[in-house]
Design a protein around this ligand. Structure first.
Ligand SMILES: O=C(O)c1ccc[n+]([C@@H]2O[C@H](COP(=O)([O-])O)[C@@H](O)[C@H]2O)c1
Ligand SMILES: Cc1cc2nc[nH]c2cc1C
Length: 339
């Protein structure tokens, strides 16, 4: 198996984007042969059927397996946090990482509930990224190192990868990346994040707009480097490496989806192995998800981040796999099929 972690440049990342495996047609055919035999009217399990097909297609196995479900929460600090774009102080990032390590956060409870193995990884928290209104947030070396950290999450034997993040100020980064990739106005992409008031929302919109003006590029990976943060780069690296290792991915809210959107902008099929787990309250998230041609699985009025929406959706994914794998066929159960 290829080892991705030593990627040493963004051009090496571009090369990985050009050699992505496609869906496994054999596993899809096995799914398609079994699904109509199950004791239910065709299509009656709706999106649960879509999910079990998705697992087969991207794991390259039938029946799908969910023995090792892994969650990774990446934490980074942001130069723009000092500009007043968040309702919370930057030290909350490291404090929340300690909370993850002690089992006290929402993501800990959700991972326990759905049998998900969780780890939080800090990315140079004592060295915030540069203020992106003045120039690039990261050097190429910093961006690549963070991507390589994310790539290490995609190990053989992982059946499903849940991605999340923690980083005060990072919804400004998500907005700037989305604005930089898809245009529109800064205000279209900028929301209240952790809950900024009207005055700070204005400041945030201005910061996002200036960041995009200062860091224009046609290369989506440059947009990630210039407007992202280390935790966003790590999530983008994890999504790309998961594709190469045939691990399906659940994306979380606005920040996670914006990181992944960078790959989609480089190749519109780059996120075919990903589902958007939930629709965040951040207004930019729905707009972004529409650009990706995706439909979130859940809509729970959540806006926490830290992988919480994706972990919650593991319940649905486990249910989908259980139905496809465990249900009796019409023949086995002695139930009469459709006329
Ligand atoms: O992902 C989302 O949809 C989301 C929406 C609002 C807030 N967050 C979380 O809140 C933090 C960023 O908010 P802010 O206001 O500091 O930019 C960061 O730790 C995210 O995980 C995340
Ligand atoms: C307390 C807190 C917890 C979080 N989890 C993810 N982002 C967060 C932001 C804050 C402020």
């Amino acid at each position: 198996m290829k080892d991705f972690a030593p990627v040493s440049s963004l051009s090496a990342v571009h090369a990985l984007l050009q050699s992505m495996p496609t869906a496994d047609e054999k596993a899809i055919a096995l799914w398609a042969a079994r699904e109509p035999q199950l004791t239910k009217p065709a299509g009656s399990l709706g999106r649960l059927e879509e999910i079990s097909r998705f697992l087969c297609a991207w794991q390259g196995r039938h029946p799908p397996r969910l023995e090792n479900v892994r969650a990774r929460v990446y934490a980074g600090n942001h130069g723009v946090a000092a500009l007043g774009v968040s309702a919370f102080p930057a030290e909350v990032t490291v404090q929340m990482v300690q909370n993850y390590q002690h089992g006290g956060a929402a993501i800990n409870q959700l991972c326990k509930t759905f049998a998900i193995e969780l780890a939080a990884e800090s990315l140079d928290l004592d060295r915030p990224t540069a203020d992106f209104t003045k120039g690039p947030a990261m050097s190429e070396a910093e961006c690549v190192a963070a991507m390589a950290t994310g790539m290490r999450a995609a190990e053989d034997g992982v059946d499903l990868l849940i991605l999340g993040e923690m980083g005060i100020g990072n919804t400004a980064s998500a907005a700037a990346i989305s604005h930089g990739l898809f245009g529109g106005a800064a205000a279209d992409w900028t929301g209240r994040g952790t809950g900024v008031d009207d005055q700070h929302l204005k400041i945030k919109i201005d910061v996002v707009g200036r960041g995009v003006q200062v860091n224009r590029s046609d290369d989506p990976l440059q947009i990630l480097r210039c407007l992202g943060g280390r935790e966003l780069a790590a999530m983008a690296g994890a999504v790309l490496a998961a594709r190469h290792r045939r691990i399906p991915v659940l994306l979380d809210g606005y920040v996670c989806t914006a990181a992944a959107a960078v790959l989609h902008a480089a190749d519109p099929h780059a996120l075919d192995h990903c589902l958007v787990a939930h629709a965040s309250v951040e207004p930019g998230h729905r707009r972004l998800v529409a650009q990706l041609g995706k439909r979130p699985l859940l809509d729970m009025d959540m806006r926490l981040g830290e992988g919480s929406g994706a972990a919650l959706a593991v319940g649905l994914v486990r249910a989908a796999a259980a139905c496809h794998t465990g249900m009796a066929t019409f023949a086995e159960a002695g139930v009469s099929d459709k006329h």
